[in-house]
Design a protein around this ligand. Structure first.
Ligand SMILES: [Ca+2]
Length: 293
C-alpha cells in the first residue's frame, strides 16, 4: 500500500522513489507518477494563486482600470474616540485582527457616473456646478452608497462594503493620536474645510492634498463620508473588534471626517455626525472598503 496523506501520494524524501509496496509493477509506478505530477501541479497552481492573491499593507491596487483605487491597511490596535464631546466618548481600545482594503479617495463623480451608466446606480446626483470627474460624488444618501457597493461588488466579483466606523477612524488616524493625522492644529492646506486655508465652500478634486500615513486622501474634510454603522450617541457598548455597530438607531447612519462646510472641530479624526439614511445632502459622499482574501 502506498503512503497517502489527504489524497496526496508522498515521494520518498531521500531517494525520490515512491514509498509504494514492493509488489507494485512498473506500469503501476508509471501510472502513479502521472497522478503524482498532476496532483503536485494542481498543488503548485493553488499555492501560486494564493500568493498572487495575497496583498501586503501599503499596497495599492484596482480591481479594474476604472475601479476605485484601494490601499491595504494593516491589522492593528488603536484608541478610538476622544474626550472632546460625549458623542466621541469614551475613548476605547479597538483591535482590528485582519488587514483590509479601503478606497484611497472618496468615491468620485467619474466612478459614480460609471455605475449610473451601467444601470447599477439609479440616481445621478447634481454636482452643484462645480464639475464632476475627480471631485467626490456628493448629494448622496447612505442608501445610494449601498447601491454603488452592490454594483461594484457584482462587477468585480469582490466583497466591497462601506467601512465600519472603527475601520474608518483607524485608517484616518494612520497610527496617530492627535486631533488631525498631520498634528494637533488645523494649520493650512492640509485638507478642504471651512478653516483649512482656502475658504471657498465647495469640494476640491480628490487627492488635492497630501495623503495620510496609510495613503488615504481627504479623510478630513472635502466630502463627509457615510460608514456602515447605525447611530449611537456615545461609544458605550461599542464593538471592540472593528465590526460595524449594527445596534442603535439605524434610521440614522454615521458620517465621518466632516466636509468642506465644517470648521476645525468638525474635521478631526474623532468627529462624528449623524444623518438620515435616505436623505441626500450636498456635503455628503462616501468611500468604499473591501475584504481581502
Ligand atoms: Ca472626506
Amino acid at each position: 500500500m502506498c503512503e497517502e496523506r489527504r489524497g496526496l501520494i508522498i515521494p520518498h524524501a531521500q531517494t525520490g522513489r515512491l514509498t509504494c509496496g514492493d509488489g507494485d509493477g512498473m506500469a503501476s509506478v508509471a501510472s502513479r507518477l502521472g497522478v503524482l505530477t498532476l496532483v503536485f501541479g494542481w498543488a503548485w497552481l493553488a499555492v501560486a494563486g494564493a500568493q498572487a492573491a495575497e496583498r501586503l499593507p501599503g499596497e495599492t491596487f484596482r480591481d479594474c482600470d476604472a475601479c476605485d483605487e484601494m490601499v491595504v491597511v494593516p491589522a492593528g490596535q488603536f484608541v478610538m474616540g476622544s474626550t472632546v464631546k460625549p458623542s466621541q466618548s469614551p475613548p476605547h481600545k479597538v483591535a482590528l485582527h485582519k488587514d483590509f482594503a479601503i478606497g484611497r479617495r472618496e468615491v468620485t463623480f467619474a466612478e459614480w457616473d460609471r455605475c449610473a451608466a451601467a444601470g447599477g446606480c439609479a440616481y445621478s446626483p447634481p454636482d452643484q456646478g462645480w464639475g464632476r470627474g475627480d471631485r467626490p460624488a456628493i448629494n448622496l444618501s447612505w442608501s445610494d452608497a449601498k447601491e454603488y457597493i452592490a454594483w461594484i461588488s457584482k462587477e468585480t466579483g469582490q466583497r466591497y462594503r462601506l467601512p465600519s466606523e472603527a475601520e474608518w477612524e483607524y485608517a484616518a488616524r494612520a497610527d496617530t493620536n492627535t486631533s488631525y493625522w498631520w498634528g494637533k492644529e488645523i494649520g493650512a492646506d492640509h485638507a478642504k474645510c471651512a478653516d483649512c486655508g482656502d475658504k471657498t465652500l465647495r469640494t476640491a478634486p480628490t487627492g488635492s492634498f497630501r495623503p495620510n500615513g496609510f495613503g488615504l486622501y481627504d479623510t478630513a474634510g472635502n466630502a463627509a463620508e457615510f460608514i456602515e454603522d447605525c447611530w449611537n450617541p456615545s461609544y458605550a457598548g461599542a464593538p471592540a473588534d472593528g465590526a460595524p455597530w449594527t445596534a442603535g438607531d439605524c434610521s440614522l447612519r454615521v458620517l465621518r471626517g466632516g466636509s468642506f462646510l465644517d470648521k476645525a472641530a468638525g474635521v478631526t479624526s474623532a468627529a462624528r455626525f449623524r444623518y438620515d439614511y435616505d436623505v441626500r445632502y450636498y456635503a455628503n459622499g462616501f468611500r468604499v472598503a473591501r475584504d481581502l482574501k
